[in-house]
Design a protein around this ligand. Structure first.
Ligand SMILES: Cc1cc2nc3c(=O)[nH]c(=O)nc-3n(C[C@H](O)[C@H](O)[C@H](O)COP(=O)(O)OP(=O)(O)OC[C@H]3O[C@@H](n4cnc5c(N)ncnc54)[C@H](O)[C@@H]3O)c2cc1C
Length: 370
């Protein structure tokens, strides 16, 4: 039904609380908030922001953001466009999902149809439109492996464009949307090329071990991933005491081989007999380290907390909040962990979530990647 709908301007809500719209559950209000139900709405929201002289901030499912206690003097736009379509093309099934579809619903629908390519990404919260932003990944898979195209509205011109996967410049928890094209586009749809064949055997050792020797179909892999995630409180489950998080709070740092040699020396005293520091080959010949391991060995055990903010009791990398916590408390705790790892090992951890509504100088020390 195409019942007449009020123009976007009439649907603007004022002083809209944002804490309930984020999984960390902290932060102030948006001066204005509105949902876009189609591309025309996105374009209208952009011109409204220009008219009113306020920035436009995109907020999806709120599972990867920290909103400032002062809130946002902006129009907060939720791309709530819905719909999923698929078509066969050569060896692939091309699935086009609109930005406001829940990511995990797409994974579910895909594995139920026997499609593979995103099964290891089961249980990740948030909307489709956010998945290309940080190239969502887990258990050895990332969306960069299946994204074919990203449909965007260009914020300056209102023009609709289709970006190829190459143009998205995906990297580890990274893409053009976090760098050269930061704040340039609103993602309205994402096209994935999935495979109707059997999934590749998972490479991630924890998942491979959980699956055992049997050849698993994509539905079995997705189910196993959910079980593993549940044990680490990495599913959104309101009954879980660790539920209020943004997932991993720090990305795994990458360093060059010269820095690795220096790190080996600093790490030696905390290694048990025969133990090696976890590491993997990273992008561009660099070495990827385990942020969780470094945090633990710097003396922060799971469950370490300062008042209402602390580490998850089941996952070292997740910072969790309790009711009444403020964004400032989250920042203070994140700095404590960051500084502890820096002092002990000389490695600077960088947060994964996006900080919204903070003065740039208030968070410059946290987001600066060195
Ligand atoms: C329990 C838990 C587990 C998690 N596990 C993982 C994991 O395993 N792997 C992983 O990669 N992430 C994980 N995350 C982080 C998060 O779920 C993902 O990053 C997710 O893609 C964020 O989606 P969202 O809709 O909530 O985005 P939001 O948090 O709303 O937004 C994140 C950023 O994307 C931008 N954005 C959102 N939508 C759009 C759009 N349509 N157009 C342009 N910009 C947009 C926002 O402006 C913001 O900068 C986890 C989070 C939680 C809470």
């Amino acid at each position: 039904v195409t019942a007449a709908r009020a123009p976007l301007g009439a649907r603007l809500r004022e002083r809209a609380p944002l804490a309930p719209r984020t999984t960390l559950g902290v932060g102030g209000s948006a001066r204005f908030a509105v949902e876009a139900l189609d591309e025309a709405d996105v374009v209208e929201a952009l011109s409204l922001a220009r008219e009113r002289g306020v920035p436009l901030v995109v907020l999806g499912g709120g599972s990867n953001v920290l909103v400032a206690d002062e809130g946002l003097d902006a129009i907060v736009l939720r791309p709530a466009l819905r719909g999923i379509e698929s078509r066969d093309e050569g060896d692939h099934v091309i699935v086009t999902a609109m930005a406001g579809e829940p990511w995990d619903g797409l994974v579910d629908a895909a594995v139920t149809r026997g499609l593979s390519g995103i099964e290891c990404l089961a249980g990740i919260p948030g909307d489709i439109g956010a998945t290309p932003i940080q190239n969502v990944g887990a258990y050895g898979q990332e969306v960069a492996q299946t994204i074919r195209r990203v449909r965007v509205v260009e914020r300056d011109t209102g023009a609709v464009r289709e970006l190829s996967a190459a143009e998205c410049a995906f990297g580890y928890r990274d893409s053009v949307f976090k760098r050269q094209a930061k704040d340039r586009f609103v993602v309205v749809a994402v096209e994935f090329a999935l495979s109707p064949g059997a999934p590749e055997p998972p490479r991630y050792s924890e998942l491979a071990t959980a699956l055992g020797a049997r050849a698993a179909d994509s539905a079995t892999i997705a189910r196993t991933v959910r079980e593993l995630r549940r044990k680490k409180s990495m599913l959104l489950d309101p009954s879980d005491e660790n539920a209020r998080s943004a997932g991993s709070f720090f990305t795994n740092p990458t360093i060059d081989t010269a820095a690795l040699a220096a790190l080996e020396e600093r790490v030696a005293p905390v290694l048990a007999a025969g133990e090696a520091m976890p590491r993997w080959p990273g992008d561009g010949g660099r070495v990827k380290l385990s942020a969780a391991w470094l945090i633990e060995r710097a003396g922060f055990a799971k469950g370490t907390r300062d008042g209402l903010v602390g580490l998850s009791t089941r996952h070292t990398l997740a910072i969790v909040t309790r009711a009444g916590a403020r964004a400032a408390d989250v920042l203070a705790f994140a700095r404590r962990v960051r500084d502890g790892v820096l002092e002990r090992f000389g490695v600077r951890l960088v947060p994964e979530p996006v900080f919204l509504g903070f003065e740039p100088e208030a968070i410059a020390d946290l987001v600066a990647s060195g």
